[in-house]
Design a protein around this ligand. Structure first.
Ligand code: SAH
Length: 464
């Protein structure tokens, strides 16, 4: 981040702009939304600027900028669309310690004006540091559509009501109140007419003041295989509302970013605990936070019900009478099979599929190897890297074909996804050679579809 976004207080502050043409007009239209004292320097101003001066929206000086104009100014815009003149003026402003923006010249500017979505007092600023103006415009257009125009008035009425709402206890109670106002009560009242909003707010506050405190709760949420776009809407909402997020090692940083900013984030994936201590510790954390009234999200990779030791955690929470529910997620096998363009089941090939773990807490896991060794069987093997040789040995012992395809998908759904296509015979050697360090899922009995491209994302330039 080369540019740090801030919102600058402008009321009564002097902002200067040199220029009287198109670039000046575009900037002035934005600047006039503020309460700044605007001074425009233009020997030959466009008619609009003259009108704005007449309407008292700015002060027009029909002459070039001079050094004496600058002291006390906050910002200076060089908008003459003339490189030499802009550079001269910028130098003057710089010498006076005024922050400079040269229109359409990122390199020589000290600050830049973002693309703005205006729902005053709600303002969204979008910047790409000059990397992709197209993208900034697309995001702006998207937000313009998504944010109702009533948002501004709602926020203004809400602001005037804040003091009264402070009667609610800080934290979740207050948050719940405001959430209901902005997303339900407010818009509904606004549709009936602006005058009904404040009375509706009062009624809502009364309801919330007399309501019993919400009990603590645990949501066991599947965080998917890593790509944040593979989160369910329910998972996103749970993250959005969480007071506490307790997450595993395999949860990607992009997904953690989506949690509510004030949420307490607890990483229980750190190495260093013995496996059983970690589990008891996690159980204790779940109970402790839920008992204190928190909405806890227990975020597990993939689907929480697949090799997630979920039942132990549910038992712990249940034992204390704490409410819970499960939000399903996309399991690694689903993401991995998509990555190789295959189906988990296929008519005429396999009518069932097994999800196996290569090893469990007691060591290598045992399975019905004889059944799996028959032709056309498919198994998704989780945590299978270390046990590759063991699995191979068992299957061969039970008569599996050495040429059976085996595919290992590392970091499925993530930008660094890798696919290793091999056979049962070569699996241990090829796997060792590949030196995979990320989570990897092994498919026994599946090869990548020949035409599948490993990259699943469409390159940006194709979208433009
Ligand atoms: N509950 C998870 C599985 C947890 S066990 C799920 O449903 O996916 C952890 C194992 O899952 C890893 O050892 C690996 O085999 C697999 N895994 C998890 N994320 C993966 C990913 N992005 N790519 C490949 N395998 C993954």
């Amino acid at each position: 981040m080369d540019h740090f976004p801030i919102f600058l207080a402008t009321r009564g502050q002097k902002i200067l702009l040199s220029g009287g043409g198109e670039a000046a007009l575009a900037k002035l239209r934005l600047l006039m939304k503020t309460k700044a004292a605007l001074h425009v320097f233009a020997p030959d101003p466009a008619a609009e600027i003259v009108d704005w001066q007449a309407a008292g929206k700015l002060t027009l000086h029909r002459r070039p900028l001079a050094a004496a104009d600058l002291p006390g100014a906050r910002l200076f815009y060089a908008a003459d669309e003339d490189d030499t003149l802009d550079a001269e003026n910028a130098a003057l402003a710089h010498a006076a310690g005024v922050l400079v923006n040269i229109v359409d010249n990122l390199h020589d500017s000290e600050f830049i004006t973002p693309a703005i979505v205006d729902r005053d007092p709600v303002t969204v600023a979008i910047g790409t540091e000059g990397a992709a103006p197209v993208l900034a415009r697309a995001i702006k257009a998207d937000l313009e559509e998504r944010l109702p125009v009533t948002l501004g008035p709602l926020a203004r009425i809400g602001k005037g009501f804040r003091k009264l709402a402070d009667a609610l206890p800080m934290g979740r109670a207050r948050r719940d109140f405001w959430r209901e106002y902005y997303f339900a009560t407010g818009p509904r009242a606004m549709a009936e007419g602006k005058d009904t909003v404040r009375p509706a707010l009062k009624t809502l506050l009364h309801t919330h003041l007399t309501r019993k405190a919400r009990a603590g709760h645990v949501a066991f949420v599947g965080g998917g295989p890593g790509d944040p776009e593979l989160l369910t809407l329910k998972a996103r909402r749970a993250l959005d509302e969480a007071d506490v997020v307790i997450y595993d090692r395999l949860i990607s940083p992009e997904i953690l970013e989506l949690a509510r900013r004030e949420a307490l984030m607890i990483d229980v994936g750190k190495e260093g605990f013995g496996p059983s201590t970690a589990q008891e510790h996690i159980n204790a954390l779940l109970v402790e936070h839920a008992q204190s009234g928190a909405q806890v999200v227990r975020l597990k990779s993939g689907d929480a019900t697949v090799f997630g030791r979920l039942d132990e955690e549910i038992d712990a929470v249940d034992a204390h009478g704490i409410g819970w529910h499960i939000v399903p997620g996309i399991t690694a096998a689903s993401a991995a099979v998509a990555g190789i363009g295959q189906s988990l089941t296929k008519r005429g090939r396999n009518a069932s599929v097994r999800f196996l773990t290569g090893h469990d807490m007691k060591g290598f896991a045992d399975h019905d190897w004889a059944a799996l060794a028959r032709p056309n069987e498919v198994a998704a093997i989780y945590m299978g890297k270390k046990s590759a040789r063991f699995v191979q040995g068992r299957l061969l012992m039970h008569g599996a074909d050495r040429a059976t395809p085996v595919t290992v998908i590392e970091n499925a759904s993530r930008a660094d996804q890798r696919v290793l296509s091999t056979t049962l015979n070569d699996l241990p050697r090829d796997l060792a050679d590949a030196e995979m360090t990320g989570p990897a899922l092994t498919f026994y009995g599946l090869a990548p579809r020949a035409a599948v491209q490993v990259a699943t994302e469409t390159p940006l330039e194709e979208l433009a």
